[in-house]
Design a protein around this ligand. Structure first.
Ligand SMILES: Cc1ncc(COP(=O)(O)O)c(C=O)c1O
Length: 385
């Protein structure tokens, strides 16, 4: 698993798939339903139970979830969605898929989350939605964001790809108490995995029905929703331009089995973060991630900040030579060439750009042993000396 126990490097993230998970997937592979079967609704029901949301729509990826969430919110040509500058590109691309345009707001220095005050500055007549991202699993200032959205009549779509199991003021992320929809990702680096996969959660029945259609080509068979009545039991209508964003039953079987282990996964992630906190605190030029007292972070990733761009690179390279594969989350999205070509410019979010010059993600995943975690601590310290 690591340079200590074998030749494999320590990655920054890794899934936990055990025999129980594999057996559940195999059961479905032997059944009649590979897709569009009963495991999907079961997985969705369990996600609702876990988060407290009323409705869940499981989809083929978190990106697909963000896309149909934006469409369900009515995002279209000329609309703007305000999102964080420090996130994965999908949080912004989803607006473009709908003919809209992402607007990037700067971050808070401590949480690296979108700053509500920066959101206010970016609102104009074209703004349709806010897409806050719970970076690294630390919840955003949802209460403040909700209040802004209410004042300006905007949708809030939480990008919770990093935050399954995180809590904000006693409420689980995904409950949608402060938002219209919440999107999760089940990519293997995330808290639970379905291979590829995601889900959109909501408390609003109207949005739920739209999301169901958008996942499946815009088709409905719901008798109550059909325009034409009594056309026969085979009859369906395509009412929107939707997609095939369906997830399979064997993926959902994996998701169901993984969800049983979520508490254990979260506990181990926190234990590892605690070891890093104590092992790396008090080092000059090194800043550690925070956890505000009214949240419980999901500890999706552990990002240290190394002052000095050259020094960050040096630490990255020293770790790579030691059999550790760190990562950097993230470069401000708008600095990507695609966005530069669209006219987005360096300097848009100064705090995000400064953060990017220092950020380094060190390994954190439930399967890491204490020995491996301590090995990472040792290597970071040595590289900084
Ligand atoms: C913040 C964020 N949003 C969205 C996504 C997209 O999720 P997926 O990879 O399941 O499409 C990711 C995935 O890495 C992510 O980190």
């Amino acid at each position: 698993m690591s340079p200590i126990s074998s030749r494999r490097p320590i990655p920054y993230a890794h899934q936990w798939v055990d025999r129980e998970d594999i057996e559940e997937v195999v059961k479905v592979l032997r059944s009649d339903w590979l897709t569009q079967g009963p495991r999907i609704k079961k997985f969705e029901d369990l996600l609702c139970q876990y988060t407290g949301a009323r409705y869940a729509v499981a989809v083929s990826s978190g990106t697909a979830g963000l896309h149909i969430a934006c469409l369900a919110a009515g995002m279209g040509k000329g609309d703007e969605a305000i999102t964080s500058s420090i996130t994965f590109v999908a949080s912004a691309n989803c607006a473009i898929y709908c003919g809209g345009r992402p607007v990037f707001a700067d971050i808070q220095k401590d949480t690296i989350n979108i700053d509500p005050k920066e959101i206010e500055k970016k609102i104009n007549k074209k703004t349709a939605a806010i897409i806050p991202v719970h970076f690294a699993g630390h919840p955003c200032d949802l209460e403040e964001i909700r209040a802004i959205a209410k004042r300006h009549k905007l949708f809030v779509i939480e990008d919770a790809a990093h935050a399954l199991g995180a809590e904000y003021k006693g409420e689980r992320i995904g409950s949608c108490k402060y938002s219209d929809m919440t999107v999760f990702s089940f990519h293997p680096v995330k808290h639970i995995t379905t291979g590829e996969g995601g889900a959109v959660l909501t408390n609003r029945r109207g949005l739920y029905e739209k999301l169901l259609m958008l996942r499946n080509h815009g088709i409905t068979r719901d008798r109550r929703r059909l325009l034409a009545k009594d056309k026969g039991p085979w009859y369906y209508e395509m009412r929107l331009l939707g997609f095939n964003y369906r997830i399979t039953d064997f993926q959902c079987a994996l998701g169901i089995s993984q969800l049983k282990k979520i508490n254990r996964f979260l506990k181990r992630r926190r234990e590892i973060a605690d070891i890093y906190d104590s092992g790396l605190s008090g080092i000059d030029g090194l800043e550690l991630p925070c956890e505000r007292d009214y949240v419980s972070s999901g500890w999706h990733i552990y990002v240290i900040r190394v002052r000095g761009r050259a020094k960050r690179r040096m630490v990255y390279e020293a770790m790579s030579r030691s059999g550790i594969t760190p990562s950097v989350h993230y470069r401000p999205v708008y600095l990507n060439p695609y966005y530069a070509d669209m006219g987005y410019r360096k300097g848009t979010c100064p705090k995000a750009e400064e953060y990017y010059s220092q950020a380094l993600t060190i390994p954190l995943y439930p399967r890491m042993s204490d020995r491996e975690v301590l090995y990472v601590v040792k290597r970071v310290k040595e590289a900084l000396e």
